[in-house]
Design a protein around this ligand. Structure first.
Ligand SMILES: [Zn+2]
Ligand SMILES: [Zn+2]
Length: 433
């Protein structure tokens, strides 16, 4: 029986510059040694183009006489064995962290093909490349360069499964398979590629996990908080048989994390527990963005005025006061599925607002995206009068599937990547395609 996946062939299309980024000017450069081709004459005479939007076309500076073209295609090698740090087209600027508080402009190095067009008056750039090359780059972008080999191997297989399953397919109507950001998987091309991560990609070439002969939808997040969350807590739809609640630990305990928050708070045996990383440089192992703690346990003080501002932003409602928070339902890991905000509106009426989904809750409570929806309200007793809300929470991210910090904890305990994968995706089978 053939193995099925969401990709039609071994190429993946990644949206790099999107019309919403509103970029009108970009530079594309490459090393004079790289083999580059494209739909422009004279490409051999330069290795630096400056592109801008002019009257709905792309103005190309850098070639003799300049050019104006409706679209531009450039190719360079993308075989995984041909890659090294910095190979490919260097593009500057590109947006990273789109829509988040850490949004910034970076430069990236992209192997494979660039298709550059103008859409809604802005540049749009799609990078099509071999899925193995993409996976090698993603695993590095998601992980620090000093990550242990088994962590990188596990993350590489997971990235490959996620890319091939393409279960979310958020961007098909925009003409590409995935975007370059956390919305899909963080992809910054070969910019941070190391020998180490390239080796992981080569060593695991074609390795995937299957369920029912189908490449699995391998979800992952930074830190589960002690128990893996069930798929259906976070996303709509049917249960997924391999994305189920499990203690992220050597031994399965009885019951679930949600049964007793105090007990969960004090639980330190998990693979992702801060206790395991006391003498470890986490930033070097887990990548560059937002790593300043382990996020296994956290406490945050939120100003009520900030929550009320988000209420206007997302629900168009102006309230005078936030008087209470009613948590209605939690998933097995303690992540909240939905809650109600209670308050008083502009005309003095008592009102309530439903806040749905793990994503919606994290967005409502913090502009910088709350670490997770697995929290309790520490000042619940005095909340009605306080001008702030104190949250005590566990974990970072949705907690479904592989826990990246837990996988790090396992790798540091000398557990091999195939056992790491078997732990996070129980019942799946490992194969090479
Ligand atoms: Zn996306
Ligand atoms: Zn975990």
């Amino acid at each position: 029986m053939p193995i099925s996946s969401g990709l039609n062939n071994d190429q993946i299309r990644v949206g790099i510059v999107l019309p919403e980024d509103k970029i009108h000017k970009i530079s594309v450069s490459w090393s004079s040694q790289s083999k580059v081709s494209g739909n422009l004459p004279d490409l051999g005479s330069t290795h630096n183009l400056s592109l801008s939007v002019e009257a709905g076309n792309i103005k190309v500076n850098g070639l003799r006489g300049g050019q104006r073209v409706p679209d531009l295609t450039l190719q360079c090698p993308d075989k995984v064995e041909s890659l090294s740090s910095g190979t490919g087209f260097q593009l500057n600027p590109v947006i990273a962290g789109r829509g988040f508080h850490w949004e910034k402009q970076i430069s990236v190095n992209l192997p494979g093909e660039l298709k550059i067009t103008v859409e809604e008056g802005h540049l749009k750039i799609i990078n099509t490349l071999n899925v193995e090359a993409y996976v090698a780059c993603v695993a590095t972008s998601e992980m620090g360069a000093d990550a242990p080999a088994d962590l990188l191997a596990a993350q590489t297989v997971v990235a490959r499964c996620w890319s091939m399953a393409l279960a979310e397919a958020k961007h098909l109507t925009e003409g590409f398979d995935v975007c370059n950001d956390d919305c899909c998987q963080r992809y910054q091309g070969t910019s941070f590629l190391t020998k180490h991560s390239l080796q992981a990609a080569m060593d695991t070439l074609g390795e995937v996990l299957l369920w029912d002969n189908k490449v699995i939808d391998a979800r992952y997040s930074k830190n589960c908080g002690g128990m893996l969350e069930a798929y259906e807590t976070v996303w709509e739809g049917e249960k997924v048989p391999y994305l189920i609640p499990l203690w992220d630990a050597p031994e399965q305990r009885s019951g679930q994390a949600v049964d007793n928050f105090e007990d969960l708070w004090n639980y330190e045996d998990a693979y992702c527990s801060s206790k395991r990383f006391e003498s470890v440089n986490l930033a070097a192992m887990l990548g560059k963005v937002d790593v300043s703690g382990s996020y296994y346990r956290w406490e945050q003080v939120l100003a009520k005025t900030d929550i009320l501002r988000n209420l206007v932003k997302y629900n168009d409602k102006v309230w005078m006061k936030l008087t209470g928070i009613r948590i209605m339902e939690r998933g097995p890991s303690s992540r909240i599925k939905y809650l109600f905000l209670d308050g008083i509106d502009e005309s003095g009426r008592i009102v309530e607002q439903l806040v749905k989904s793990e994503y919606g809750i994290r967005r409502m409570f913090s502009d910088s995206f709350l670490y997770s929806s697995a929290f309790v309200i520490k000042n619940a007793e005095s909340l009605v009068d306080d001008d702030h809300v104190i949250l005590r929470g566990v974990g970072w991210g949705h907690g479904v599937g592989l826990c990246q910090m837990g996988a790090l904890g396992m790798a540091l305990a000398n557990i091999g990547y195939r056992d790491i994968l078997a732990h996070y995706y129980p019942g799946t089978t490992f194969t090479k395609i």
